[in-house]
Design a binder for this molecule. Structure first.
Ligand code: C2E
Ligand code: CA
Ligand code: CA
Length: 497
C-alpha cells in the first residue's frame, strides 16, 4: 500500500480504484453465485406449488433406493392424478386453478409423514416417496390417507369444487428395482385406477404391466386406424311402436387388418384417454351425417317424416370449446336437416356439467337439433334436474329392459320403467327403449306407453349397405307412415356384427 503522504498520489488513486473494482467484482461474483443457486433450486421446484418437481423427486428416490438396498428395506412410490383436473382450469380459470393446486398440495403434505417426499410433476399430478416402509400395506394406507385428505370440497373463488384422485401404488423391491421402473409402474397403476372410474387406489401387479403394454400397442394401432380407413359406421334401426322405421343410431366399428374387429367397449375408452376420440368422433359424426343425408330423399318419397340419425358424443368431444360449431359444420357440409340429428350424451356425462357447461347444448337445441340422454336410469338424475335440461329424448338403459320381467316380480324393473315413461311424457320427451331382445319385452313396453324401440329383436347394427337394403325392403313394401296394413315389427334384417 503506497504512503498517502507520499508524492505518488496518482498511483495511490489507481490502487484505490483497483481495490474498489475488485470489491465490486467480488460482490458481483457473490451475487451471481447466489442467483445460480437460486436458479438451481428453482429448476427442481414446481413453479405453482413450490413442491419438488420430477427431477428432485428422481434424485431423492435414487438416494432412498441406495439406502433401501443397503439395509434391505422397503419403500413405496405413489402416483396421484387429480381426476378431470383440466376441467377445473377450464371452469374457474388458471389463476384460481393454481390456488386449488396449492391447497391440494398443502392437504397432501399434511397427510404424509415427515420423512416422506411429495412432488408435483405437472398440472394436477403428484408423486410421493415413502421411505422406510414396514411393508407393502403401509403404502396403500398412505394412499388411503391422501384420498381422505381430498374429501372436503375445494374453494375456487366463489365456487366449491369437489375433487377426487386416482392413485397408483408401487413398492420396492417387489414391483421395480430402479427409479424409472418404480415411477413408470406407479403411473401404470394410476391409469388402472382412473380407468375404473377414479377416486380409488390401485396397486401395481405384473398383470397390470402386461395389460399396459397391450394397451400401448393398441393405442399405436388406433393412431393409424383413421388414416388407414379402418373405421366404419354401422346403423342400428329404431322403430316406432306401430312398426314404422323412426331412424337409426350410428355406431362405430373398428376392423384392424391383423387384430380383426375390435369391440367399441375396448377401443372407445382408449380413444378417450389418448384424446384420439376427437378426430375419430368427428369423423364418425361427419360420415354418419353424409350417409343419412344420402338416404333421406329415397325415404321421404314414401314417408312424410324424415329418418332421425342418432350419433354418440363422448365426454371429451363435448368439453371442446368449438364442439357445437363442429356439429353445425357437419350438418352444413352434409346437407342433413338440423331436426334429423339427435346427439346422444350419457346421463353421467350430463350430470357432471354445470349450467354454463350446457350452453353449447342449449345453442344446438335452439337451432333444432334433437338431444338424447343415453343410458338413462344409471345416473340417478333428479326430476327437477331433467326439467332444466335442453333435451328431447330419454334412452332407457338396457339394464332396465333386460330386467323388465325378472323373477321374482318385486325385482322386476317394470314399475321404474312405467314411472320414467310417465315422467318423460309429462316433460314432453320421447322415450326410446334400448336393448329390446324379446317379444315379451316389446309387448310390455307397448303397454307402458314407450315411444320407440331399439334392439336385437328388431334389428342389429348394420353396415351402410345392409341398412340400405332394409330401407329398400321397407319402401318397396309400401311401408307408409300411419297407413294400416303394413307388416308390423318384428322385422329381422340379416344378422351382422
Ligand atoms: P351405446 O351408445 O349404449 O350403444 C348401444 C350398444 O348396445 C351398442 O353396442 C349396440 O350394438 C348394443 N345393442 C343394441 N341392441 C342390443 C340388444 O338388443 N342387446 C344387447 N345386448 N346389446 C344391444 P356397441 O355398438 O358395441 O357400442 C358400445 C358403446 O360404444 C356404445 O354404447 C357407445 O357408448 C360407444 N360407441 C359406439 N359408437 C360410438 C361412437 O361413434 N362415438 C362414441 N363416442 N361412442 C360410441
Ligand atoms: Ca348410444
Ligand atoms: Ca345406451
Amino acid at each position: 500500500m503506497p504512503n498517502p503522504d507520499g508524492l505518488n498520489l496518482k498511483a495511490f488513486l489507481r490502487e484505490i480504484r483497483r481495490l474498489d473494482s475488485e470489491a465490486r467484482l467480488r460482490a458481483a461474483e457473490a451475487q451471481i453465485e447466489e442467483l445460480e443457486q437460486r436458479l438451481a433450486e428453482l429448476s427442481v421446484l414446481d413453479p405453482v406449488t413450490g413442491l419438488p418437481n420430477h427431477r428432485r423427486f428422481s434424485d431423492r428416490l435414487g438416494q432412498a433406493l441406495l439406502m433401501a438396498q443397503r439395509h434391505r428395506g422397503t419403500l413405496g412410490v405413489l402416483h396421484l392424478d387429480l381426476d378431470r383436473f383440466k376441467r377445473v382450469n377450464d371452469l374457474v380459470g388458471h389463476a384460481a386453478g393454481d390456488e386449488v393446486l396449492r391447497e391440494v398440495s398443502r392437504r397432501l403434505q399434511g397427510a404424509l409423514r415427515q420423512g416422506d417426499t411429495l412432488a408435483c410433476v405437472g398440472g394436477g399430478r403428484f408423486q410421493a416417496l415413502l421411505p422406510e416402509l414396514t411393508g407393502a400395506l403401509g403404502a396403500t394406507r398412505a394412499a388411503q390417507k391422501l384420498l381422505e385428505a381430498l374429501q372436503e370440497p375445494f374453494q375456487a373463488g366463489t365456487r366449491e369444487i369437489p375433487l377426487s384422485a386416482s392413485i397408483g401404488v408401487c413398492v420396492f423391491p417387489q414391483d421395480g428395482m430402479d427409479v424409472e421402473e418404480l415411477t413408470a409402474h406407479a403411473e401404470t397403476a394410476m391409469y388402472r385406477a382412473r380407468e375404473r372410474g377414479g377416486g380409488r387406489i390401485e396397486c401395481f401387479t405384473a398383470t397390470l404391466n402386461r395389460d399396459s403394454l397391450e394397451r400401448q400397442e393398441l393405442e399405436q394401432c388406433l393412431r393409424e386406424a383413421l388414416r388407414n380407413g379402418e373405421f366404419q359406421m354401422y346403423y342400428q334401426p329404431q322403430f316406432f311402436m306401430d312398426g314404422r322405421l323412426a331412424g337409426a343410431e350410428a355406431l362405430l366399428r373398428w376392423n384392424h387388418p391383423m387384430l380383426g374387429p375390435v369391440p367399441p367397449s375396448k377401443f372407445i375408452p382408449l380413444a378417450e384417454e389418448s384424446h384420439l376420440i376427437l378426430p375419430i368422433g368427428e369423423w364418425a359424426l361427419r360420415e354418419a351425417c353424409r350417409q343419412m343425408a344420402l338416404w333421406q330423399p329415397q325415404w321421404l318419397a314414401v314417408s312424410p317424416e324424415p329418418l332421425i340419425l342418432a350419433v354418440n358424443v363422448s365426454a371429451l368431444q363435448f368439453t371442446q370449446s368449438d364442439w357445437d360449431l363442429c356439429v353445425v359444420r357437419a350438418l352444413a357440409d352434409s346437407g342433413l336437416e338440423v331436426e334429423q340429428l339427435e346427439l346422444e350424451l350419457t346421463e353421467s356425462l350430463i350430470m357432471r356439467q354445470g349450467q354454463e357447461d350446457l350452453l353449447p347444448l342449449r345453442r344446438l337445441r335452439e337451432i333444432g337439433t334433437r338431444i338424447a340422454i343415453d343410458d338413462f336410469g344409471t345416473g340417478y338424475s333428479s326430476l327437477g334436474y331433467l326439467q332444466r335440461l335442453p333435451i328431447t329424448t330419454l334412452k332407457l338403459d338396457q339394464s332396465f329392459i333386460a330386467s323388465l320381467q325378472s323373477d321374482p316380480p318385486e325385482r322386476a324393473s317394470e314399475h321404474i320403467v312405467r314411472a320414467v315413461i310417465q315422467l318423460a311424457h309429462s316433460l314432453g320427451l320421447t322415450v326410446v327403449a334400448e336393448g329390446v331382445e324379446t317379444e315379451g319385452q316389446r309387448d310390455l313396453l307397448e303397454l307402458l306407453g314407450c315411444d320407440c324401440l331399439q334392439g336385437y329383436l328388431l334389428g342389429r347394427p348394420l353396415p351402410a349397405d345392409g341398412f340400405e337394403a332394409l330401407l329398400q325392403a321397407m319402401t318397396a313394401r309400401g311401408f307408409l307412415a300411419g297407413q294400416g296394413g303394413a307388416e308390423p315389427v318384428p322385422l329381422r334384417p340379416p344378422r351382422s356384427a
